[in-house]
Ligand binder design. Structure first.
Ligand SMILES: [Zn+2]
Ligand SMILES: [Zn+2]
Ligand SMILES: [Zn+2]
Length: 259
């Protein structure tokens, strides 16, 4: 299957509005980061992880016309608020698009987007709203003919989900991984390619730093490590020179095959 990095940026995106720092004003296209999301293209269908506020831009940039399922990592706005753009994909699929997340996420999404899932709520949808179903995922589940395993991660005071699909794993917002989750990631076969969040060089209360993400990747035993969810403290070219062998920075539009 193929994985595409649709967005590699933190919650503000890079450039940050109003910031004139070296990275925000850089002309290097790999320093331009939309909000974090990936697309998994598998024989059984296209799985989107998170609906970033930049979903429309990402879909147009990548000529993505089909989404068969959505996996949510958590309910923060930078991972969720592009949900309305899913309606465009309903035109290319019979029936609703199934969306999966933790019980907490699913409950919050239903509550916060009542105009999609409830009786209309306070927002007038203008008559065209996404056709979606919400499903709790708490154990390995077959989605688009793939075994998808949710992996609990610590993200500040929240518990969020990462996902393992075969020998690929996507662990975006997190600052710690418990022993039970490490076991799921080590599993019977080790992870070949790991995409893991790394916000900046310095520690942060709810995100791994670059150094911490690399340490976590070693504990998982991943062969190829790709850092994502990066802020404007990370310059693509400068940082790439400092990374150990086997570790790379993600960039918007990056695409690679996984087993
Ligand atoms: Zn985030
Ligand atoms: Zn900046
Ligand atoms: Zn978050």
């Amino acid at each position: 299957m193929n994985v595409r990095i649709l967005g590699s940026g933190t919650s503000t995106g890079v450039p940050v509005i109003g910031c004139g720092c070296e990275v925000c004003s850089s002309t290097q296209s790999k320093n331009k980061r939309t909000r974090a999301s990936i697309l998994i293209e598998a024989p059984g269908g296209n799985i989107l992880i998170d609906t970033s506020p930049d979903l429309r831009t990402q879909a147009l940039a990548g000529s993505i016309n089909r989404i068969d399922a959505v996996l949510y990592t958590h309910l923060h706005a930078d991972h969720l608020h592009g949900i309305d753009d899913l309606r465009s994909f309903n035109r290319f699929k019979d029936g609703p698009i199934p969306c999966y997340g933790s019980k907490e996420s699913v409950d919050a999404i239903a509550r916060n987007f009542g105009y999609i899932f409830g009786d209309g709520g306070s927002i007038d949808s203008g008559g065209w709203k996404p056709d979606l179903t919400l499903n709790t995922i708490d154990t390995t589940t077959e989605i688009c003919a793939l075994e998808v395993t949710p992996v609990e991660l610590t993200h500040g005071r929240s518990v969020v989900l990462g996902y393992r699909l075969n020998n690929f794993a996507y662990l975006t917002d997190c600052n710690a991984i418990g022993e039970a989750s490490l076991e799921l990631l080590r599993g019977q076969a080790s992870i070949d390619t790991l995409v893991i969040g790394a916000l900046r060089q310095r520690p942060h209360p709810s995100h791994f730093s670059i150094g911490e993400a690399i340490e976590a990747s070693k504990a998982i035993g991943a062969k190829r490590v790709i850092l994502t969810h990066m802020g404007h403290g990370i310059d693509y070219d400068k940082e790439t020179k400092l990374l150990p062998t086997g570790v790379e920075l993600a960039y918007d539009g990056m695409s690679f095959e996984v087993l």
